[in-house]
Design a protein around this ligand. Structure first.
Ligand code: ADP
Ligand code: GLC
Length: 567
């Protein structure tokens, strides 16, 4: 059976959870828990069972045509409005927009707490006070206290300062230590980063105790906060915090915080008994911080349902697939959303011309022309402009893009790249800009403002990732009416419905295998629709803008997890 047929079959199966207009069935669905079986890309591997609460599954499931249904929005509204008891949550992670951002983690650390606050949660976000945090925020921070905390195995003491900032109902506590958080970038090299984040994982807990803020749930993000669940159940086991539950969210399994066993033992000061093969030890001589955090957390989540299945396979498991299969009973996938206030073409002050679904087709063209002028591209509103906004790493499928730029740029098509990262990719995109002057522009930089303008101006956005836990750029693109062209992996698969020419439905263009020819084919399908069936393309632009990519439903799912942990 071909991959695409299998995909179709999977889609049909997932449609068995429907929302009907009967109150009783909706209520029954609410009480039940439905198991969604998620098959991974490598089909012969173990099947991951990702349990989705019934009401959420019902809201997510696509209604079949010609049946009376409750609109998804109504189902979502019901879930979101049924707030339940108030819960308190401490978010612990290494970056948070707008203070410090290197990727999507920062967006999530900002937007999810903001939505949770609207959904009956008290949220504190704990992040390091890096020196690179802009002064306009630093100057507004309020000093909440300071003390010394022991950390290393030899009892070495470290200063902990707590600086606070409140914004949009969320309280941000910055852990201050000038010795450790001096660099302009949150991440430098493992020798510095590992002790830095051992310190951070422990200091976050000690700060909660110091502030006497005992949350229901401590929500830890990625390896930089992965020791927190272990500290909690060992060195903090006899404190007030012991009643708190923990969730470990994996945003990207590739980064795990691995270093020599002896060094991590010394730097963390954790008891010997957690250095065993089921928790922190890997390959006898190394310790793996994420592995330990996953073992000790009460619940694990990752940022899409498909990725939750994929990471249990060898191909996507980054060496932790067996560990994740072992812990799969507490693993959930919840897809990311985006902040629809920051990303709003109607009000966005960084784009050339604002637009909504009424005037998007004309005004996106006006944005395109201005972008072409800004970037020195041939000015022509009829060209098909493809954007690529990305960290330039091999995760993002850039080898595929590199292989096909000459075929892509055919006189009718322009490519705009915005990104920084591996020097090899930076150079190859510079090369293409030079080789195709006026048709390719490579902005090798990190520039939030320019990113907004590209999302608004392009006709399509490429996200051909090798793996993608969730991906936010395709969500932002859709919000701006820019059709995503994505590989069917992780969150890309869960959020972009492929264009279906028979039904004139879908949000973008997809391909499955990691293959440059398939990417080119997907781009050509997009171009064919654009040049030969413009009405259909324009209809997709509007559909994309109307799609709900907000945090509403996903935040409600997190809230349900919190309630599950602390009923
Ligand atoms: P990842 O976290 O793997 O980098 P995501 O798609 O989740 O990928 O998030 C990327 C975020 O970073 C998006 O908000 C995107 O707009 C932003 N981004 C990536 N590269 C740049 C850049 N060069 N300039 C501005 N924003 C960027
Ligand atoms: C990671 C992933 C990305 C995800 C982001 C936020 O950086 O690479 O896919 O969207 O985290 O969860």
């Amino acid at each position: 059976m071909s991959e695409s047929k299998k995909t179709e079959e999977k889609k049909t199966k997932s449609k068995t959870v429907k929302t009907k207009k009967s109150d009783s069935s909706a209520k029954a669905a609410e009480k039940k828990t439905i198991k969604k079986v998620v098959k991974k890309a490598k089909a012969e591997d173990v099947i991951a069972e990702v349990v989705v609460p019934a009401d959420v599954a019902a809201a997510q499931a696509k209604p079949l045509k010609k049946e009376p249904e409750v609109k998804i929005e109504e189902a979502v509204k019901e879930i979101v409005e049924d707030l339940g008891p108030r819960r308190s949550v401490a978010f612990i992670g290494s970056e948070c927009y707008p203070f410090v951002k290197t990727g999507g983690l920062a967006d999530v650390m900002y937007a999810l707490p903001k939505e949770l606050v609207k959904q009956n949660c008290d949220v504190k976000v704990i992040i390091p006070r890096y020196k690179c945090i802009p002064w306009k925020f630093q100057e507004k921070m309020v000093y909440r206290g300071e003390y010394y905390m022991d950390l290393f195995a030899d009892g070495k003491q470290f200063y902990v300062g707590i600086m606070e900032y409140e914004w949009d109902g969320v309280v941000y506590d910055f852990i201050d230590n000038e010795e450790l958080f001096t660099s302009g970038n949150p991440y430098t090299n493992m020798v510095d980063d590992i002790p830095k984040f051992c310190y951070f994982s422990k200091a976050a807990l000690s700060a909660l105790l110091y502030l006497d803020w005992i949350p229901d749930v401590i929500h830890c993000h990625d390896w930089q906060a992965a020791l927190t669940p272990i500290y909690l159940r060992t060195l903090f086991a006899n404190t007030k915090l012991a009643s708190s539950k923990t969730i470990m969210t994996v945003h990207n399994l590739r980064f795990q915080g691995i270093y020599s066993l002896d060094a991590i033992k010394y730097w963390s000061g954790l008891p010997d008994y957690v250095f065993n093969k089921d928790v922190l030890v890997q390959n006898y001589n190394d310790a793996n911080m994420l592995k330990g955090g996953l073992a000790y957390a009460d619940m694990i989540s990752t940022v899409s349902n498909t990725y939750a299945g994929e990471i249990q396979s060898e191909f996507y498991g980054e060496g932790l697939d067996a560990h994740l299969r072992y812990h799969s009973g507490k693993l959930r996938g919840i897809v990311n959303g985006i902040d629809c206030e920051i990303w709003n073409p109607e009000t966005d002050e960084r784009i050339f011309k604002n637009y909504n679904t009424e005037d998007a087709i004309a005004n996106k063209k006006a944005n395109k022309v201005e972008l072409q002028k800004e970037l020195g591209l041939t000015v022509d509103e009829n060209k098909f402009v493809i954007g690529l906004i990305s960290r330039l790493t091999n995760q993002k499928g850039l080898d595929l893009v590199n292989a096909i730029v000459p075929q892509m740029v055919d006189g009718f098509t322009q490519l705009v790249v915005l990104g920084t990262g591996d020097p090899g990719y930076e150079d190859s995109f510079r090369y293409y800009e030079n080789a195709y002057k006026g048709e390719v522009c490579s902005c090798i930089q990190y520039d939030e403002d320019r990113a907004h303008r590209i999302y608004a101006s392009a006709d399509a956005l490429l996200v051909p990732s090798l793996f993608e836990p969730c991906g936010l750029t395709q969500l932002i693109a859709m919000r701006y009416g820019t059709a995503p062209i994505v590989r069917e992996t992780g969150g890309l698969k869960d959020t972009v419905e492929p264009y279906n020419m028979y039904e004139d439905s879908g949000n973008g263009f997809t391909f499955d295998g990691y293959d440059a020819g398939l990417l080119l084919d997907a781009i050509n399908r997009a171009k064919t629709l654009y040049f030969e069936h413009r009405e259909s393309y324009d209809a997709m632009v509007i559909r994309d803008m109307e799609k709900d990519v907000s945090w509403k439903l996903s935040a409600a799912q997190y809230r349900q997890l919190y309630l599950q942990l602390k009923p």
